[in-house]
Design a protein around this ligand. Structure first.
Ligand SMILES: C[S@@+](CC[C@H](N)C(=O)[O-])C[C@H]1O[C@@H](n2cnc3c(N)ncnc32)[C@H](O)[C@@H]1O
Length: 305
C-alpha cells in the first residue's frame, strides 16, 4: 500500500509517465466500457446477437450500403461488412469511438468498405443508404422520420428498442438478451420498416385511347398504408385489397373487386397492368398513371410527416 501523501508526491514526480499510461489504457480493446458517448444519448452498445438479427431482418447483402446513426464502437457497420459483405458508414459525435471504429476496420481489413466519421447524425447525408440502423432515443427517431421517408423506396430501416411512433413497422421481433439492463431488460426489441414510395394525391391515366375518357385515381396515404378511389366519368369505385411495399403498388376496385391493378411507382409515374374479369374470362391491359401537377407542388411529403 502507498500512503496518500506519498502517492501525491509520486504523481507529481511522474506526471509524464502517468499521462502515457492513461493513453495506453484508452487504446486497449475493451476500454470502450468507460466511454459515455457524446451528443443526445449516451453510448450503450447493441448486444452482438441483436446486431446480427437486425442485419438479417434487413436482409443485408454485398449490394447494400448500411448507415448507422450514432455508431458507438462501430459494431453494426463492422458486422455488416465482415459477415454480410456490405459497405457502410457510421457517424458519431464521440471522437474516441470514431477513432476506435476506424482502427477496428483497418485491423479487420475492411477499411476500403466502411468508414466512420465524427458528425452530428441529424446532419448526415443519408442518400447513399440502402439500410439504415438506429439505436437512439424515441424523440431522436421521431425527429429523423421525415428525412427517412424521403429515402429511396425500398430502403430498409431497422431500429433497436425504440420505434417510429405512428409509422408501424413492417416486421417486429423480440430476442432474449440475458444481462441487458437498459431499455427493455433482458431483451432487445427490433423493428423493420421498408420505406414506401410516395403516392398520396391525385393521378390521371395517361395511356387512354384518344377520344376515350381517362380514369382518375386518388390515393390517401399514411406511410405504407393507403386507401383511395377510382373515378371514370360519373362512376366512383373505392379501392380494396390495397398494398404498397417499397415501389410496388396493387389494389382492386369495381363490382366484386373484378379489376386488379399491379404496378410500380417511379416518381410522378405509376406503370403496371390492369386485369379485369375472373376465371377464364380475364383481359389484361397496360395502365399508366401520372401525378396531377398541382398535387406535386402542394403536398409532396404530407402523408409522411
Ligand atoms: C445507444 S448508442 C448506440 C451505438 C451503436 N449504434 C450500437 O447500436 O451499438 C448511441 C450513440 O449515439 C451517439 N450520439 C448521440 N447523439 C448523437 C448525435 N447528435 N450525433 C451523432 N452521434 C450521436 C452517442 O455518442 C452513442 O455512441
Amino acid at each position: 500500500m502507498v500512503p496518500t501523501n506519498g502517492l501525491r508526491a509520486f504523481c507529481r514526480r511522474n506526471t509524464g509517465v502517468i499521462a502515457r499510461l492513461m493513453l495506453i489504457l484508452l487504446a486497449l480493446p475493451g476500454v470502450a466500457f468507460a466511454q459515455k458517448g457524446a451528443g443526445d444519448v449516451v453510448y450503450e452498445p447493441t448486444p452482438q446477437a441483436a446486431v446480427e438479427e437486425m442485419l438479417r431482418m434487413a436482409n443485408v447483402s454485398k449490394d447494400d450500403f448500411v448507415i448507422d446513426l450514432g455508431s458507438g464502437d462501430g459494431r453494426i457497420v463492422l458486422t455488416a461488412a465482415k459477415e454480410f459483405g456490405a459497405r457502410g458508414l457510421g457517424v458519431d459525435l464521440d471522437h474516441y469511438l470514431i477513432q476506435q471504429s476506424n482502427e477496428a476496420a483497418k485491423r479487420e481489413g475492411i477499411a476500403d468498405r466502411v468508414k466512420f466519421v465524427e458528425e452530428d447524425l441529424f446532419k448526415t447525408d443519408l442518400s447513399k443508404a440502402t439500410v439504415l440502423t438506429l439505436y437512439l432515443l424515441p424523440w431522436m427517431n421521431q425527429k429523423l422520420r421525415p428525412k427517412i421517408l424521403e429515402l429511396k423506396p425500398g430502403t430498409r430501416v431497422v431500429a433497436h428498442d425504440y420505434d417510429l411512433n405512428e409509422w408501424k413497422p413492417d416486421e417486429k421481433k423480440k430476442i432474449p438478451v440475458p444481462g441487458k439492463k437498459l431499455g427493455y431488460p433482458g431483451q432487445s426489441r427490433l423493428c423493420l420498416w421498408i420505406v414506401p414510395a410516395s403516392i398520396d394525391g391525385e393521378w390521371i391515366q395517361s395511356n387512354n385511347q384518344p377520344g376515350t375518357p381517362a380514369w382518375d385515381f386518388e390515393f390517401k396515404q399514411r406511410f405504407q398504408v393507403f386507401d383511395g378511389a377510382v373515378k371514370l366519368s360519373e362512376h366512383t369505385f373505392r379501392m380494396v385489397e390495397t398494398n404498397l411495399q417499397a415501389a410496388r403498388l396493387s389494389f382492386a376496385f369495381g363490382k366484386d373487386a373484378s379489376n386488379h391493378f399491379d404496378g410500380t411507382v417511379e416518381g410522378d409515374r405509376i406503370s403496371g397492368t390492369l386485369k379485369t374479369g375472373s376465371g377464364n374470362d380475364v383481359t389484361t391491359a397496360p395502365l399508366i398513371l401520372t401525378l396531377k401537377k398541382e398535387e406535386q407542388s402542394v403536398t409532396p411529403a404530407s402523408p409522411h410527416s
